[in-house]
Design a protein around this ligand. Structure first.
Ligand SMILES: Nc1ncnc2c1ncn2[C@@H]1O[C@H](COP(=O)(O)OP(=O)(O)O)[C@@H](O)[C@H]1O
Ligand SMILES: [Mg+2]
Length: 335
């Protein structure tokens, strides 16, 4: 017989229709039976679980995509129901305050308007990949409870002269029909220094009309542009944005806070203090930290019910350090 607490969990999660935890408990029961050499029973359970997993619909990676149109204005952006939350993000205090300021102005725009004031609605996010630009844009939409539209450049840029300008108008006409967050990711690909001689006249015209369109948007449309390289943005583009924020790579304290948050969110204990892990992985982005944490979690789940997260964490960190060394060596030989 499986351990009493596992059986209780199994029943509890089954009754609560908590599929995820139910499956986790069932796997734990299976692993325990196998450990006790009850191979036949373990295999039977495994088979049941395997079939269940195949027939249950797997959550798709982008399950929150609401719509991706193929014609007209809806084909020019990806609509997502925003799920990420501000509370999931570790941000420098001043960034947090700036974002909260924007959110408050938007939520209380009626009051502002009654005094003849408009809320701010144009924001530029700058920073190296993996430090939260896209997530923050989505989280702002979530806080404001409005749809999150990501502009699809590949659809926007037409092959004929003038085509792009008309699509841009379509896009902005659509956006201004309701409060929303309109997100321009990798903005530098569009807003590139207009003096760049490699760019065709068409692109320059696109950028000019894009900037004009952004200017003419009503304040209930929140435009957020994200870029990796602010140097590629020209001054005119910079000035368009009322809030310009840099999302820096995480400090050690930020990494440590993020790891603790991950532990709490997943009911997991890395077996090593978050500060110690943060020290070892310092220099990585939040996205990389997420990869490391997820790898530990994955291995931990596969090893259940054995409780040896400390060993797993050390192992993942060791492999990660090795990879980093190799990456650095390659960079040195390339440069
Ligand atoms: N400041 C942050 N706080 C918490 N998690 C973050 C932060 N920045 C990035 N992440 C995590 O890393 C992942 C990648 O971040 P993303 O927003 O796509 O970065 P970017 O758009 O700047 O490349 C996200 O899924 C998020 O969970
Ligand atoms: Mg991004």
């Amino acid at each position: 017989m499986a351990r009493a607490d596992l059986m209780c969990d199994l029943i509890k999660f089954g009754l609560a229709h908590d599929d995820k935890r139910f499956m986790q408990s069932a796997e734990a029961v299976c692993a325990e039976e196998r450990e006790k050499q009850h191979t036949v029973l373990a295999e039977r359970i495994e088979k049941i679980l395997l079939t269940a997993r195949h027939t249950r619909q797997r959550p798709k990676q982008d399950a929150n995509i609401v719509r991706q149109g193929t014609v007209g204005a809806p084909s020019l952006f990806l609509e997502k129901a925003p799920l990420r939350r501000m509370s999931e993000l570790i941000l420098p205090n001043y960034v947090q305050e700036l974002c909260e300021g924007l959110i408050e102005e938007q939520l209380r725009s009626d009051l502002l308007r009654s005094y003849g004031l408009e809320p701010r609605h144009k924001m530029l996010l700058v920073g190296a990949p993996g430090n939260g630009k896209t997530t923050l844009a989505e989280a702002i939409a979530e806080s404001l409870m409005v749809p999150f539209y990501t502009v699809r450049y590949e659809q926007l840029i037409g092959s004929y002269l003038g085509e792009t300008a008309s699509r841009l108008s379509q896009l902005f006409d659509y956006a201004r029909t309701r409060p929303c967050v309109l997100f321009f990711d990798e903005f530098e690909t569009l807003g590139k220094e207009r003096g760049d001689t490699h760019e065709t006249g068409e692109i320059k015209r696109v950028v000019s009309s894009l900037l004009l369109q952004i200017d003419s948007l009503p304040s209930y449309v929140i435009v957020i542009a994200a870029t990796n390289h602010d140097i590629l943005l020209d001054k005119a583009a910079w000035r368009r944005f009322q809030i310009r924020v840099e999302l820096p790579p995480p400090t050690r304290a930020a990494l440590s806070a993020w790891l603790s948050l991950y532990e709490r969110k997943n009911d997991l204990d890395f077996g090593i203090e978050p500060e110690t892990i943060a020290k070892k992985i310092y220099g990585c982005s939040f996205a990389e930290a997420e990869e490391i944490a997820t790898e530990i979690y994955r291995r931990y789940v596969l090893s259940m019910p054995a409780d040896n997260t400390k060993r797993i964490t050390n192992e993942v960190l060791r492999l990660w350090a090795k990879q980093r060394q190799q990456g650095e060596a390659r960079e040195r030989s390339d440069g």
